[in-house]
Write a protein that binds this ligand. Structure first.
Ligand code: FAD
Length: 670
């Protein structure tokens, strides 16, 4: 008999858990309160947008097929950064129309637009420029960044660059221990700098990272993810950002649900979970309501993929007694914000830009994507009244700041929200004489029905990572032996409430079930965030400093690497000895002494070999790679992160290590 699992909630976390479990032979039932799958990632049909004559008719006693569909709406548009691994892997394992997978429905974007009220927009590519015009555009935009146009001084640019460099070269232990407790706003010194600096480096990037708020988001979260985006950008011809090529449920969620059901998952819509029933120290069942009937359901394991606000209503005293850490869910559940979409349907296509737009001057923190250009296989004339040619999908991330109309979005009627959002978009796009948006072209609009302006409520607030909350977030594997968590708020490497985090959490939850049940199925694959090999010497140095209680400071490693480079090019024989001798990043300081004092090479070697310590091959590997890539000492590279990344990072040859054993490491020319 297969072990049974009940998954509470059918969003990305719940569907991902079901996917991994059913493929490993478990009997899975998913309970979802809505009549649509996908949770916050879902797209929806905008009710009653097909004129009556097109909804199908009774003809000779048979119902004819409707010629058109209701307009495609969504809770909020989707963004799939290149560093996503977990959710993309699941998508690649989800069939689409026979031989394809839903992952093939992802389309690269080419640029992000930072739009400003009444002024030229800044366009940044999401791929490294590969043509002369692209390069020219980038250089022109960067020139204006460095110039006075943006209002950011060269000193402030340099200061921000140093902050980014600090994150890049900090070890993970320091990020978790120290940077988690520092707000991004404070880390980048935003309070003391210009409004433009605050918008471009504080508010703008955090907004694009899903409702993270610069003033309260942790430096660890924003820094870790910023590093991922930066490194994706350094890979030529690869876009950092992707979107789907059609409405989310059409091209992803519905095919996924079909696959899960085909594999045997019992995914029940319109089924609300009321409570978790404890039986001693374990979950004994869940009470659910379907069609007005209340029943208790039982399984061997329970995976809660409910959002934090709902989870807080079903965690009882008995649950907390069985796992006291789950009491933090009550405090965490206050960390939510409103983030909802509004779509504008136009009778012309307004491509704006092939990617996302960030409206840096918009008080309501708007971002958008113009969808028709990505929906190549979607015939928009088959939706609504047949006249739709363009869809601008907008997300409102700040519902508390007063708009241009003087009111926060929370206080506005639906029509006021429509008008105010349109106004903020138009002021950002209709600049320098251009008329990108024209109200005459607006045929229809849809504001997410989760928002109820009359009740001033939001049915699905979004979890946001606040500073110093990592310690409050539960792990996917709880102390209750048959309860696991698979949602965006739990501790994951991704560490930001996203589809990627929900999927990663689900995999960790399933791995917990595999372990507990003694299953011999292979565990779900997990990925770490990418940490560039190129900067490992700096991180190793920082780790050594962190362990000795010292603050971040990369002076030693910069000089130390230069010394190593000089030694390397001086003598291969000496290199062999050093490779064998240098065993920890702390030896960088020995090398520094050599540089400063003019100590002889043999004395240095003597000193290094006298205390081998723990091996650190990464330091040497990165050093060797760097020196081979540049043929020169490293210090010139180390002066600028971006310079180093763009000039050497991408073509970095990977030296082969013939044998790895303490005392016998040797680099072989690639
Ligand atoms: C506007 C907006 C835009 C976003 N854009 C992006 C993006 O571009 N990229 C990205 O990666 N992330 C994005 N996110 C974040 C992402 O959508 C979420 O982090 C992710 O979908 C969360 O998945 P989840 O399964 O943890 O939770 P949810 O999606 O909230 O799923 C929980 C499920 O549980 C169901 N449920 C709730 N209560 C009950 C109950 N009592 N009984 C049964 N079922 C219940 C819900 O209906 C829902 O289906 C966005 C979020 C928003 C709000």
């Amino acid at each position: 008999m297969p072990k049974t699992v009940i998954v509470l909630g059918g969003g990305i976390g719940g569907m991902s858990a079901a996917h991994e479990l059913v493929e490993r032979g478990f009997s899975v039932r998913v309970l979802e309160r809505r009549d649509v799958p996908g949770g916050k990632a879902r797209s929806v049909v905008v009710p009653s947008t097909v004129p009556v004559q097109n909804v199908g008719a009774v003809y000779l006693g048979r119902l004819t097929a409707p010629t058109r569909r209701d307009l495609p709406g969504e809770h909020g548009f989707r963004f799939f950064p290149r560093f996503y691994k977990h959710i993309i892997d699941t998508m690649a394992r989800t069939p689409y129309r026979g031989s394809r997978s839903v992952a093939e429905n992802l389309v690269d974007t080419t640029g992000t637009i930072f739009a400003r009220f009444g002024r030229r927009a800044l366009k940044l590519p999401t791929t490294t420029p590969s043509t002369v015009p692209e390069l020219f555009t980038l250089v022109t935009d960067l020139e204006s960044l460095y110039g006075t146009e943006l209002g950011i001084s060269p000193e402030d640019f340099a200061f921000f660059g140093e902050r980014i460099w600090q994150i890049l070269t900090s070890c993970s232990e320091r990020r978790l221990d120290e940077y988690e407790k520092i707000g991004w706003w404070d880390f980048i010194g935003a309070a003391d700098r210009s409004e433009a600096y605050q918008k471009f480096f504080g508010i703008g990037p955090t907004r694009s990272l899903v409702a993270a708020q610069a003033r309260v988001a942790s430096t660890k979260t924003i820094g870790d993810l910023g590093v991922q985006l930066l490194f994706n950008l350094s890979e030529p011809a690869i876009s950092t950002d992707r979107v789907l090529n059609g409405p989310t449920n059409d091209v992803w969620i519905d095919p996924w649900l079909a696959y899960l059901r085909e594999r045997g998952v019992d995914y029940q819509l319109n089924t609300r979970v009321h409570s978790i029933e404890m039986d001693g120290g374990v979950v004994g069942g869940v009470t659910v309501e379907h069609d007005g009937v209340i029943t208790e359901l039982h399984a061997d394991y329970y995976v809660s993929a409910l959002p934090i606000d709902v989870m807080a209503t079903i965690v009882t005293d008995q649950v907390v007694r069985a796992d006291p850490r789950l009491a933090d869910i009550f405090q965490l559940s206050k960390n939510t914000a409103w983030m909802n979409g509004i779509q504008f349907y136009l009778d012309v296509d307004v491509p704006i830009g092939r990617g996302h737009q960030l409206y840096v001057d918009s008080p309501w923190a708007l971002t958008s994507v113009s969808q028709a250009q990505f929906w190549s296989d979607v015939d928009l004339s088959r939706f609504g009244d047949g006249n739709i040619r363009g869809v601008i999908s907008v997300v409102i991330s700040d519902w508390d700041a007063p708009g241009l109309n003087g009111k926060p979005a929370r206080e506005c009627t639906r029509a006021e929200i429509r008008d105010e959002v349109w106004d903020q978009l138009a002021r950002s796009l209709n600049v320098q004489g251009a008329r990108v948006l024209d109200y005459q072209d607006l045929v229809h609009w849809y504001l997410d029905l989760d928002v109820d302006p009359l009740l001033k409520s939001n049915a699905e607030p979004m979890f946001v990572n606040l500073v110093d909350t990592w310690r409050l977030r539960p792990q996917p594997v709880t102390a209750i032996p048959n309860l696991f968590l698979a949602a965006d708020y739990v501790q994951t490497v991704t560490d930001l409430a996203t589809m990627e985090a929900a999927n990663e959490a689900a995999r960790r939850a399933v791995n917990g079930i595999l372990e507990h049940s003694g299953s011999d199925a292979s565990p779900c694959r997990l990925w770490n965030l990418h940490e560039p090999e190129l900067l490992e010497p700096w991180r190793a140095n920082d780790r050594a400093r962190y362990l000795r209680g010292l603050p971040w400071d990369d002076t030693g490693v910069r000089l130390g690497l230069s010394a190593l480079a000089a030694l390397y090019s001086g003598s291969r024989a000496l290199e062999d000895s050093i490779v064998n001798a240098v065993s920890s990043a702390t030896h960088v300081e020995d090398l520094l002494t050599y540089l400063r004092t003019g100590e002889s090479r043999s004395d240095l070697l003597q000193r290094l070999t006298s205390e081998p310590g723990a091996p650190s091959f990464d330091l040497l590997r990165a050093f060797a790679a760097l020196t081979r890539a540049t043929g020169s000492p490293v210090s010139s590279l180390a002066t600028s992160t971006l310079e180093a990344l763009s000039s050497t990072g991408r073509d970095l040859p990977k030296p082969q290590v013939s044998r790895i054993a303490p005392g016998s490491v040797r680099f072989v020319e690639p």
